[in-house]
Design a protein around this ligand. Structure first.
Ligand code: ZN
Length: 168
């Protein structure tokens, strides 16, 4: 029986997982979103395109693809993890997961999901348009509400140090 050892706080692990999901939903791994299931991963490219890779995972399957030569040699101008390795990874994952039901990444209970204004990094106010859900360890959530967007300063969330920046 394998000996299992926890090496990372589950909340911190999920925060990294959420960042790596962002690579697929809105980053250099964006084309993997076409597989139509929750995925996470990271592209990699070394100088002069000597190596290209993509390491990615679904909730239950992880795979890594590396493309390069045995000798130090460029893959060619413009070859990158996204362009060179990711399509191979996508082919593999599509086949490997073909009969596997779509599964969601599930955050642990020690995290809270908070809607954040992308530009200010504060809690999203009612008029913030560019928002993102970020995961925080309980007790570390931002306390101030973004007041930089829109005229309506009303908010259901109050904060002791909220500043009315628009009137300054
Ligand atoms: Zn805002």
């Amino acid at each position: 029986m394998p000996r299992l050892l926890q090496v990372l706080h589950p909340g911190v692990a999920y925060q990294v997982c959420a960042m790596l999901q962002g690579v697929v939903t809105s980053g250099t791994g964006g084309r993997a979103a076409s597989l139509g299931r929750p995925l996470a991963g990271k592209t990699g490219t070394t100088q002069k395109s000597w190596d290209a890779w993509f390491v990615g995972f679904s909730p239950n399957l992880l795979a890594g693809v590396w493309v390069g030569f045995d000798e130090v040699q460029t893959l060619g101008s413009g070859e990158s993890g996204s362009r060179t390795a990711l399509p191979i990874w996508m082919d593999f994952m599509q086949n490997a997961l073909e009969t596997v039901p779509v599964e969601e990444f599930v955050p642990p209970e020690c995290l809270s999901a908070v809607l954040i204004d992308k530009t200010s990094g504060l809690l999203a106010g009612p008029n913030c348009e560019k928002t993102i859900t970020e995961y925080f360890l309980l007790g570390t959530e931002p306390q101030r509400v973004c007041t930089a967007h829109g005229r309506d300063q009303s908010s259901s969330v109050t904060s002791p140090d909220s500043t009315d920046w628009d009137s300054m």
